[in-house]
Write a protein that binds this ligand. Structure first.
Ligand code: ADP
Length: 454
């Protein structure tokens, strides 16, 4: 492209310079012709002195019986130039010997004057310019190619470095990042975006790795317990009561395993991103009442007071099964972690135009250091105590996911030593942010829905 531009530009220069030089030559020629005409008209005797006095060596004059032509004109046979040139004048003429002349003539009523000027130096000038330009074109094109190659190489070198680095990044080395020379330019921004993606991938991989490790660990514990109970039972002959005890312990572990596997299954389904929700209008007081009825037997065993306060009818929109599951986990936790004789109170109310369920207990509360993490998968404040109670550390993670999938929020409202309080907020029926009344697909909403941080 540049070569084409240089060619057009050079040709333009050449034509322009040539036209200017010819214009200057023709003007000079015109002046000479005018001088000859003037001399002829005023002092015809001086026509012989044109060469020494005016430097006019090539001319011809015809008029009133006078026919005069310079010796050089005759020698070079310039009359022929006018004959071949016809009406067009001035003309360029090349003699058989190869001399170049510019010839012009004018015809007045009584005479006709023709004159010529040597054109050789003009031609030489134009030729020299043409040679210079022609030689310059490949030089300019070469320079442009070399410069372009060099510049493109420099500009694109970060891409090469990025590609090289990107090639080194595998699932095992997700901590590596692309080099960012200048975060403000396009490549810098591209690398930064890529690095952000890598960070998210690394987080996701890390969470997956932790989740798998935790799940394996949790699965191994009840299996080990079952194995040792079985081995002990087989080692000696026991009476039927002891066998029943052994089988009972094993069934307890099976329960724990079932509970764990169900939790894992639920979270896996949640993570898969496509879960069919069936949102409907819920009477929260009734829903909570049913859950409390189911769990009352556990509270009674621990002589706990389990109360429901629902001063007004509160409606909400949500998937009944998921909300029930979340409530079950919350209230069950309250019963589990509150000592015998404690009080668990559940309140159903409205806050800021949204439905609210608050589960309060008089248990040990949750130490400040753990409050941020209790919703994480497999996170337990006191591992041994939770395990004794049959907990696997997935209850709150599942509850939060279930609530958020329904457009709500679940948070720890307070966790001081006088007990914990969990608050569950759900969209009210008229809430535009709520899920609609039809079946819908639950799509995870970025990080927040990823139940806990595992
Ligand atoms: P788990 O199955 O162990 O109960 P959760 O996810 O339900 O797991 O709870 C996580 C941790 O939060 C529990 O191990 C427990 O230490 C703490 N926790 C949850 N609810 C309460 C509560 N009401 N009172 C005190 N601690 C609680």
């Amino acid at each position: 492209m540049l070569t084409l531009i240089v060619c057009i530009f050079s040709a333009g220069i050449l034509l322009f310079v040539e036209a200017r030089l010819y214009a200057a030559l023709d003007a000079q020629l015109g002046q000479e012709i005018a001088t000859i005409g003037k001399v002829y008209r005023e002092e015809p005797d001086e026509l012989n002195d044109l060469a020494p006095e005016w430097g006019i060596t090539l001319f011809q004059l015809d008029g009133g019986g006078v026919h005069r032509q310079s010796e050089a004109w005759e020698r070079e046979g310039l009359s022929r130039a006018l004959q071949t040139g016809g009406a067009a004048s001035p003309v360029s003429w090349t003699t058989p010997e190869g001399h170049h002349y510019r010839v012009d003539s004018i015809s007045e009523s009584s005479y006709r004057v023709a004159a010529a000027l040597d054109e050789t130096s003009l031609r030489n000038t134009v030729w020299t310019l043409a040679v210079i330009l022609a030689a310059g074109i490949p030089f300019a094109a070469g320079l442009a190619i070399a410069g372009g190659y060099f510049l493109a190489g420099r500009v694109l070198s970060p891409v090469g470095a990025m590609a090289q680095k990107a090639r080194e990044i595998t699932a095992e080395s997700l901590a590596k990042r692309l080099p960012v020379d200048n975060a403000q330019d396009e490549f810098g921004r591209l690398a930064t975006v890529f690095n952000d993606t890598l960070s998210r991938l690394q987080d996701a991989f890390e969470r997956l790795r932790r989740f798998t490790a935790d799940a394996s660990h949790e699965l191994r514990t009840p299996l080990t317990a079952m194995r040792s109970v079985g081995e002990v039972a087989l080692q000696s002959t026991l009476d039927p009561v002891a066998y029943r005890d052994a089988i009972g312990s094993m069934l307890e572990e099976v329960d724990r395993l079932t509970h764990l596997v169900e939790g894992l299954l639920m979270l896996t389904r949640a993570d898969s991103g496509k879960l069919q929700l069936a949102p409907e209008a819920l009477d929260l007081g009734r829903l909570v009442g049913h859950v409390i009825d189911q769990l009352r037997v556990l509270a009674d065993e621990k002589h706990q007071e389990l109360t429901l306060r629902a001063p007004i009818r509160v409606n909400a929109i949500g998937d009944a099964a998921l909300i029930r599951h979340a409530l079950m986990n919350l209230i069950h936790n309250a019963i589990k972690y509150t000592p015998n004789g404690g009080i668990i109170s559940v309140e159903v109310n409205v806050t800021g135009g949204r439905a609210m369920i608050e589960v309060r207990d008089t248990g040990p509360g949750i130490p400040a250091a753990h409050r941020d993490r209790i919703f994480d998968r497999f996170y337990r404040v006191d591992t041994s105590r939770s395990r004794e109670e049959g907990g696997v550390g997935l209850g709150l993670a599942i509850a939060r996911w279930a609530v958020e999938a329904n457009g709500g929020q679940l948070e720890l409202a307070s966790g001081g030593t006088d007990g914990s309080s969990f608050r569950l907020i759900l969209p009210a029926p008229h809430d535009s942010s709520a899920a609609g009344g039809h079946r819908q697909v639950y799509e995870p909403r970025g990080r927040r829905q990823e139940v806990g941080s595992s």
